[in-house]
Design a protein around this ligand. Structure first.
Ligand code: FAD
Ligand code: EPU
Length: 338
């Protein structure tokens, strides 16, 4: 049986820096350990970088910290490079490595915290690109079947911050552990500058024909301006999804609040900017106890120091109530509650 450490404090393992002791904790450095871990009794949780997590208190679970390393070119053909990374690789370092190898494509997802293995779970996205757009396949261990399985992109049912893995609830009960992810990076590359923030940043840098690295640098600069560094001010990025509402409700709100940002979706519904709703509801830069909404980006919930899971839930509920009262819109949290 593998060595588990008991009573490990998770404060350093989540970017909101929330305290909580895990009943047992084990670092997974290679695939062979998973069969062993499957023999352990009781509930489990799969932990990556802890950057999309709310630790609510002590946890009566076996926490498996995914640290499987490895980055390699699996194969290439006339059209694309197929690049694989282990679940424990740092996402941003992986993206920068692909760019340095001359395999562009993932640059708009630069500087997203966390590990490669978590990227398919909520289909991480930023600046007009989602991981699922370029993902080729995922390999995972199924703890119930005690076997590895592989799913390709079409089976992953990717959506906005959504995937097969979330739809099946596997992220909540630790049913599967993603071990490796392969991306298909087409040789034919076009800069993705759909987001106004990016084109403005490149214009300010007087770059007309950007390379993939230019885009990465622009994204990094924008993110550093807007988002707090968890090492300085603990946070989990956007704390709520941007709500997607019916066209009718969006039109009604727009008539009452003409500056409301609205983003039409392919299915006819409208995505609203949660950060705008929260700011208008008076919560930008406001705190309740040690937990508040960031002064430069109202969608980011921050721990000003010493907060616990209950403090986070209190502020979360107050923000949800304020937005519901003002706009009749429900906000759903993005992080996973452990
Ligand atoms: P964790 O927080 O450890 O886990 C998240 C979930 O995934 C949990 O349910 C966990 O059980 C599951 N999980 C993790 N690894 C595995 C695995 N190997 N197998 C099975 N399940 C697993 N997200 C975006 O989409 N876009 C952004 O622009 C963005 N910006 C952010 C900015 C900041 C400053 C921060 C702090 C967060 C941001 N996030 C963003 C959220 C976060 O970075 C992503 O959700 C990221 O993918 C989480 O990775 P992680 O390894 O930290 O996962
Ligand atoms: N806004 C405000 N006030 C605020 C914050 C935002 O009015 O305090 C307005 C902005 O002016 C803009 C709109 O809201 O009109 C959108 O803001 P922004 O471009 O900053 O992006 P976002 O919608 O808040 C989303 C993702 C981010 C991702 C960025 C860039 C979600 C939940 N969040 O944020 O993802 O990096 O777009 O693509 O979809 C994350 O998921 O953790 C995350 C950081």
């Amino acid at each position: 049986m593998m060595p588990f450490t008991t009573g490990v404090d998770l404060t350093a393992f989540n970017t909101l820096a929330l305290p909580g002791r895990a009943r047992a904790f084990c670092r997974i450095d290679d695939e062979t350990q998973l069969a062993d871990a499957a023999r352990a009794d009781g509930p489990r949780f799969i932990l990556g970088g802890g950057s999309n997590l709310v630790v609510t208190g002590d946890i009566d679970r076996l926490v498996l910290h995914m640290a499987i390393p490895g980055k390699r070119l699996v194969t290439q053909d006339d059209e694309a490079f197929y690049v694989e990374a282990g679940a424990g690789e740092n996402w941003h370092a992986f993206v920068q490595w692909t760019l340095a190898q001359g395999w562009p494509g993932l640059e708009n997802l630069s500087l997203i915290p966390g590990k490669v293995g978590a990227a398919p779970i909520q289909n991480i996205g930023a600046y007009g690109l989602e991981a699922g757009d370029l993902l080729h396949s995922v390999t995972a261990w199924d703890f119930e079947k005690r076997a590895f399985f592989q799913v390709d992109r079409s089976q992953c049912r990717f959506g906005y911050r959504d995937s097969l893995f979330k739809q099946e609830g596997w992220h909540l009960d630790g049913r599967i552990a993603i071990t490796r992810v392969v991306f298909r990076l087409p040789r034919q590359w076009q800069p993705n500058m759909r987001y106004a923030d990016i084109s403005q940043e490149l214009a300010a840098r007087q770059i007309n024909q950007p390379t993939a690295q230019d885009l990465a640098d622009a994204v990094i600069a924008i993110r550093q301006r807007k988002l707090p560094d968890p090492a300085q001010l603990p946070n989990a990025g956007s704390f709520f999804h941007n709500p997607v509402v019916s066209a009718e409700l969006a039109a009604l709100l727009k008539s009452e609040f003409p500056t409301l940002p609205c983003y039409p979706q392919p299915d006819g519904r409208i995505k609203l900017a949660a950060g705008w709703l929260i700011e208008q509801a008076g919560w930008k830069g406001k705190s309740l106890g040690p937990v508040g909404m960031y002064e430069k980006q109202a969608l980011v919930l921050v721990n000003h120091g010493g907060a616990c899971g209950e403090d986070v839930q209190r502020t979360m509920s107050a923000v949800q109530a304020a937005v519901r009262e003002r706009f009749a819109v429900a906000l759903t949290p993005e992080p996973i509650f452990l």
